[in-house]
Design a protein around this ligand. Structure first.
Ligand SMILES: *Cc1c(COP(=O)(O)O)cnc(C)c1O
Length: 411
């Protein structure tokens, strides 16, 4: 046994305080259930942050982890390995892409995508075509380039001069985008559904318009599917239900079901601009992560599983509608598949965190997407009985908040 005693309090003593974790400390998980160090159980509607799409301790993933873990974890990119080649083939069979670059996270996948776009524009058109267009409230990761491209100033301010040539436009405003996309534009990066920004789906006409404007100006269209990808939307990638195909797609989060892995997918033509040595990574494409991701992709690309996501989506939306009828909480419930956001009305605006805290106290793990939106991103294979148990607990949590508010008003 380990003789180092640690508690939630230890976090405040030993960790760089960029996070403010919940009062309880999760200890183990199976499927959509998590237990904390005190033995209390929770229903998981968060999946990390849309990461554990096949739930916790999935037996087939455990088997791969153990098998590959006892064979070869890491060999470096001076060598290739069979798991990574199989993973690339699977992803390419499922998508528009012919080529994959593997990294360890969503931010790194986006970093690769943005660098590729800049390099393609530089080699094809020269040094003047470097402008990257992105959208307000978008989120693309926490590296310096990706926070600069992301549309949330609170994440990019205070770190010195940002890289030049980044323009932010309002999301879903096609007229603004059409005006801004020019010969100087090297790429447009967009989430098909903004996740962190509040679970906001793109209008199909907006994406179609971006595609046309990019084609007219020789700019690349990058879809950041780090959150929407790998089954989350009810399609393997969300773009597959939009009628618009990007030039570059980034994917991470659910790809490893918790094992850190990300990927940038693109065409033969564009991949050719990343010649030997132009970009790289130490861990990216390691056999352990790749073997796990290969199994994740195999399981989630099953049409029956994807159909199940769409069915569960309807059940979750119906529950939230009923909750809203009873308590009057939301202005809107939106999203696709199992990426659902419920926007709080004026009475509760700014208080999403209170709902997350109350949910935790009632045995539910859930998320917010900004201060005004409750976000639900459960496992894509959440059993119906766990979902219903979670709903019952969540209703109690909401009752406690609504009750406390009514009591405060009457004093
Ligand atoms: C989470 C997220 C990222 C960043 O991924 P990390 O693995 O945290 O680097 C990028 N883009 C989107 C849309 C995300 O949701």
């Amino acid at each position: 046994m380990n003789d180092l005693t640690v508690t939630r309090q230890t976090f405040d003593e030993v960790m760089v305080p960029v996070f403010s974790p919940a009062a309880f400390v999760p200890d183990r998980g199976v499927g959509s259930c998590v237990w904390d160090t005190q033995g209390r159980d929770y229903i998981d509607f968060a999946s990390g942050i849309a990461v554990t799409a096949l739930g916790h301790a999935h037996p087939e993933l455990l088997k791969v982890l153990q098998e590959q873990g006892s064979k070869l974890w890491h060999i470096g990119n001076g060598y290739t390995n069979e798991p990574v080649l199989r993973l690339a083939k699977r992803l390419e069979d499922l998508t528009f892409a012919d080529r994959a670059f593997f990294a360890n996270s969503g931010a790194e996948a986006n970093e690769a995508a943005l660098k590729l776009a800049r390099r393609v524009a530089f080699d094809r058109h020269g040094a003047e075509k470097y402008e990257i267009i992105s959208f307000t409230q978008s989120f693309h990761g926490r590296t310096f380039f990706t926070v600069s491209v992301g549309g949330q100033p609170k994440y990019s301010e205070g770190f010195g001069p940002v890289p030049a040539g980044i323009v932010h436009l309002p999301y879903n405003d096609l007229e603004a985008a059409k005006k801004a996309i020019s010969v100087k534009t090297c790429a447009v990066i967009v989430e098909p559904i903004q996740g962190e920004g509040g679970v906001i789906p793109a209008d199909p006409a907006f994406l179609k318009g971006l595609r046309e404007a990019c084609d007219q100006q020789g700019a690349l269209l990058i879809f950041d599917e780090v959150q929407t990808g790998v089954g989350r939307s009810g399609y393997f990638y969300a773009y597959q239900d939009t009628g618009v195909t990007p030039d570059i797609l980034t994917t991470a989060k659910a790809l490893g079901n918790g094992f850190p892995i990300g990927a940038m997918l693109t065409t033969n033509e564009l991949a050719a601009y990343f010649k030997v040595g132009v970009h790289g990574t130490t861990y990216g494409g390691n056999p352990l992560g790749a073997a796990i991701a290969e199994k994740v992709v195999e399981l989630i690309s099953d049409p029956k599983l994807l159909e199940g996501v769409r069915t569960c989506s309807a059940a979750l939306k119906a529950y939230l509608a009923k909750l809203n009828e009873r308590f009057g909480l939301f202005t809107e419930v939106r999203g696709k598949g199992l990426l659902i956001g419920a926007e709080l009305n004026d009475a509760y605006k700014g208080h999403a965190k209170d709902f997350v805290t109350a949910a935790g106290q009632h045995g539910v793990i859930m998320l917010m997407a900004g201060p005004d939106v409750l976000r639900f991103v459960p496992s894509l294979i959440m059993p119906e009985k766990d979902m219903n148990k979670g709903f019952a607990r969540l209703t109690k949590a909401v009752e406690s908040i609504v009750g406390a508010k009514a009591a405060a008003a009457s004093h």
